[in-house]
Structures are given as C-alpha cells and as structure tokens.
Design a protein around this ligand. Structure first.
Ligand SMILES: C[S@@+](CC[C@H](N)C(=O)[O-])C[C@H]1O[C@@H](n2cnc3c(N)ncnc32)[C@H](O)[C@@H]1O
Length: 217
C-alpha cells in the first residue's frame, strides 16, 4: 500500500450474474461454447448464438482483476454465477489468461475438475462452490445491483462517498448479452450512466469511483 492510500475495514465484492459458461462436446473435444466458433452447433441444438457470449465474462474479469483497486488489496471477493446456476469463486490473486482462446481452455478445465490450483502451491485460484452466493458474501455489506433500466441514474462517485470508507460493498453486474440481473438480495438497483454500457465499462466506472474514494492512484 502506498502512503497515499487509505487504510480501513471496508472492501469490495463483485458478483457477475448470468455468465455464459457452458461446456459441450463438439466433435471429439469438450469446448466452451461461444457464438463465433459454435454458431452452427448452437443452431442445430435450437439455441440462439447471440446469447452465448463467454467473451463478456472474460472482459469483465480482466476489468476487475487488472484494476488498481484489486492491486491495492481492496477486492475481497469475486463470484461468477453462470446462467445454468453454477457458482464460481475467483481468487483475486489469479492471473486470468489474457487471450480468449486460453480463457476458454481454462474454463473447460474448471467446469470439468471443479477447481484450479495455483501451479506453485496449494492455493485454489478458481473453485466451483455451493449456492447461494449470499452464503459467501459479508454480513452488513451494502448490496448494490447495476442495471441500465434501474429507476435512478446516479453519480457513482457521490454514491460511493456517501457510504463511507468503512462500508463493505457488494456490486452485482450482469455478464450476459441481454436481460437483467435477478438477484433478490440486492438492496439498491442503480444505473451509472444514461447509456447502456458493456459489463467491462460499467465495472471500470465502479473501480474508478472506489479508487478515488480509497485514494488509490
Ligand atoms: C451488456 S450489459 C447487459 C445488457 C442488458 N440489456 C442491460 O442493459 O442490463 C451488462 C451489464 O452491465 C450493467 N450495465 C450496463 N449499462 C448500465 C448502466 N447504464 N447502468 C448500470 N449498469 C449498467 C448491467 O449490470 C448489465 O447487466
């Protein structure tokens, strides 16, 4: 931590909802389904390829894990809930593959073995855990859902500042192409822009507001 950063008891958790992470046997191999490589396969199985977008969760994870917020140790937990209700716990110390192809390979491995260990020790970097996600989230945190169609558009910097440094915060962001998050534990549903954003852009806004709040440069 640099001398400029603020020490406190708060911290941030993210939940990425409705992520499209699905493994299927295509030809001889198990693969992570995606709209570009498996359009014919998906249509053959009466699925709309436009909804099969694991690239959204890949970009969202990179946006969270690469953030100065995470580097400063403020990211306390990260969960991905797939649209088939598999809950994945992501260790904030993981280095997610930067290329989509390698990301797909890692997800296939995870969904088959149910956990991925660090190569240099016993630490689990990715783990399928039991639902509900609330069991893994801190008591007394502020649970905030993000949606373009929320009744209020707020200035995120003011919103975060009003909560104070000691407040634990959980942000729930959709990792799907269409539809809305459906987390019944959310206390506040907010829009952070007048425009529909990508999940990664929305996360960038959240991280930026929190970095200012915690004085992380
Ligand atoms: C690609 S969008 C999903 C598209 C979906 N039609 C929607 O607008 O919610 C991914 C996620 O980014 C977040 N998001 C997008 N635009 C937003 C906005 N203006 N305010 C708050 N969250 C937003 C929501 O959590 C959304 O589920």
């Amino acid at each position: 931590m640099s001398s400029e950063e603020v020490d406190d008891e708060g911290g941030v958790w993210f939940v990425l909802e409705k992520a499209s992470l699905e493994v299927a046997k295509v030809g001889k191999n198990y693969q992570l389904l995606n709209c570009d490589d498996h359009a014919n396969f998906l249509r053959k199985h009466k699925r709309d390829p436009a909804t099969v977008r694991p690239d959204i969760v890949h970009q969202a994870l990179l946006a969270i894990l690469d953030s100065p917020l995470n580097k400063a140790g403020k990211l306390k937990g990260l969960y991905v809930l797939t649209d088939s209700k598999v809950l994945i716990q992501v260790n904030p110390h993981i280095r997610i593959p930067r290329t989509f192809k390698r990301f797909c390979g890692l997800m296939v491995q995870l969904l088959q073995k149910l956990s991925i260990r660090a190569s240099n020790g016993p630490e689990k970097l990715l783990r399928v855990v039991k639902q509900p996600v609330t069991k893994h989230l801190p008591v007394g945190a502020r649970y905030v859902g993000l949606s373009y169609s929320a009744p209020k558009v707020i200035k995120l910097h003011d919103y975060v500042a009003a909560m104070g440094l000691k407040q634990k915060m959980v942000f729930v962001v959709g990792a799907m192409a269409h539809g809305k998050i459906e987390a019944d534990y959310i206390e506040d549903l907010i829009a952070v822009s007048e425009y529909p954003l990508s999940a990664a852009c929305c996360i960038g806004r959240i991280c930026n507001a929190l970095e200012q709040q915690y004085k992380i440069l």
